[in-house]
Design a protein around this ligand. Structure first.
Ligand code: URA
Length: 263
């Protein structure tokens, strides 16, 4: 990514952060705005002699550049000093289906991969019950670093509003690259981070929403299912997944249709 595009991305991220904090107007020096608009032409390489990568190559290169920027992010000093790994995301970068969770926990921080602990194993099971593999979808979180828990030896804490506002622009950029056909938001924090509104997840789940023109299905976080293993709660998440499968035109067998129904 060129210095110009890095600067532009940082500007966009900053403006999105301000917007999510409620700011609706910014003052821009007209001369600086004009310079910003002129810059791409000034820094454009001579296309006649420059090899043009394929569009797939361009996409992968840019995603790699984004990953690099996230891996070296230092915007939250407390999380930088406590993290073992930045948890960027995992899966198919051209996935039709993307799952978004809250934040890495201890296991994810240890391995640098989202959803690898107990809740993650349940998420993998859900994906496989849908007839997909973990590698078919993309999985990411609102926060890329594990929320710190000073003075505690174990346990996780939910992200603060400030941490979410600071980190979520990375997720927005990931989604822009991946362009999934459907997003599943896992739990209240993920829904609130993506839709930038407060929700009551018990009422909101199972109802189609829209994130920047992409259909979004809010559902319970798999950690909730670990605590509430009743057939009724399992069926609720499963019905949300059946809805997602329908939206993606995935084949649904009779057996899949009937999972977690009481006999
Ligand atoms: N919970 C989340 O929300 N994300 C993870 O990556 C793991 C657990």
């Amino acid at each position: 990514m060129s210095a110009y595009h890095q600067l532009l991305s940082a500007t966009i991220d900053f403006l999105q952060q301000q917007k999510s904090r409620g700011q609706r107007h910014v003052q821009v020096d007209p001369a600086k705005l004009a310079a910003l608009m002129r810059a791409p032409q000034a820094t454009q390489p001579h296309t006649a002699t420059t090899q043009q990568p394929s569009s797939v190559g361009t996409k992968a290169d840019s995603f790699a550049a984004l990953r690099e920027m996230v891996q070296t992010c230092t915007q939250c000093p407390n999380l930088v000093s406590s993290r073992k790994n930045v948890v960027f995301g995992v899966g198919n970068e051209s996935a039709d289906l993307m799952f978004v969770g809250e934040a890495p926990g201890e296991d994810e921080d240890e391995h640098g991969e989202p959803f690898v602990g107990k809740a993650g194993q349940l998420l993998t099971k859900i994906i496989e019950t849908m007839g997909l593999k973990r590698e078919d979808v993309y999985i990411a979180n609102i926060l890329k670093c594990r929320p710190d828990t000073p003075g505690k030896r174990y346990g996780n804490r939910p992200p603060t509003g400030d941490e979410m506002a600071t980190c979520s622009p990375w997720l927005h950029r990931q989604i822009e690259f991946i362009q999934p056909k459907v997003i599943v938001a896992l739990g209240k924090t993920a829904v609130e981070g993506l839709l930038e509104q407060q929700v009551a997840i018990t009422r909101f789940r199972g109802t189609w929403q829209t994130y920047r023109d992409i259909p979004l299905m809010p559902t319970f976080h798999p950690a909730y299912l670990l605590r509430n293993q009743s057939l009724t709660e399992k069926r609720k998440i499963w019905e949300d997944m059946l809805s997602v499968m329908g939206k993606l035109d995935l084949k649904i067998s009779e057996k899949q249709q009937g999972f977690f129904l009481s006999k």
